[in-house]
Design a protein around this ligand. Sequence first.
Ligand code: EPS
Length: 423
Amino acid sequence: MLKRLQLTTAGESHGPGLTAILTGLPAGLPVDREVIARDLARRQHGYGRGRRMMIERDEARVVGGVRDGMTLGSPVALWIRNLDWESWETIMAPWDADPHMAAKRRIHSPRPGHADLSGGMKYLRSDLRDVLERASARETTARVACGAFARMLLSALGVELRSGVRSLGSIGADRPVPAWEDVSQVDEASPLRAIWRDLEDEMVALVDRAKEERDTLGGAVTVVAHNVPPGLGSHVTWSEKLDGRLAQAVMSVPAVKAVEIGAALETAGGFGSAAHDPIHWDPGARAFRRPSNRAGGLEGGITNGEDVVITAYKKPISTLAKGMPSIDLDTMTSRTSQYERSDVTALPAAGVIAEAMVALVLADAVLEKLGGDSMDELLAHFEETRRLQDEWPDRFGPADGSQPEPATLSQDDDEDEPGGDAA
Ligand code: EPS
């Protein structure tokens, strides 16, 4: 779904490491390695993660596309080591794996909700590990590292992104749609990166309870992109609509089963008059203003200059320590699903991953609209587009400059229109 950028990742959860190749970035983008390191650390953080996160210290080694802190316009290539590889080498080696060890860790009783059964059937594997290793959320490390490059491109245009946990289980589900001010206050060091800090203790207690009950939890994370230029994406073709492109990217985050833009769930249940954001004109600032942002910054699949607000709803992790009713494929009899070390919840990380996906889609839409092989060209095109957009309202109004009577469209007027029912 990306149009100018292309992202490919490779690597298994317990393989040697992860590779990512990101193509399409312009030359001359300053690359701050601290931004990449910070996003990787943010993704690793969060209450409810399993022991694996104590083993890994994610670090992206840039092995292509960057020279002396600047992109070259060539593909950016990254390598991230799996420190856990040491314990899995005999099982996951590309050659000469130890058959005895591999058999010990073979998966033949699929976890309901996971890719185990559907992937095993599709790829005709007799060890479901062949599926779970790639279906694992470990892969999102590579996405977050590349998302940091997209974030840096966006920040050159003044766009910022933040996220947080909006609800965990049912805690927080009755709170309003978070705005930029809410996600900006998220304390990255807090246990769950909760948007509503007053609910954090209750959320932590629920994670403890789920762990004790050998169960798992889902919830919702909200990403807000601030200062997004108007005019990204387009209404003209279904595949260019930016809401659709964002939804696809965010839905691809592991365990996400629904994506909401703005206040979609709330507005779907009411009247149109309570759903849409009134449009005002501020003559001093020569800017359109909206007192609300229920549309989440997107109208007609195009950014309208308001903050882009996206919520991802994540199902509870499908690896339950207590298992779920399943089938042993070796005997085709009922059996509890096999357990693989996992997390009780990964919601705090999901927010960071969704941020990376939103950043990649927005950066892609920026490149689609503004083009340019270099950052210099991109920024020049950005300024010119801004100037044209600022001047655009002058194209309206009577040619002689007189003030027209305010126009109203009544139902009767509508019926007199060509093609109206009254014809
Ligand atoms: C995951 C299971 C756990 C998580 C892992 C995703 O890994 P392991 O089976 O090695 O304990 O920690 O997430 C990561 C490794 C990560 O970097 O996010 C799964 O089954 O999806």
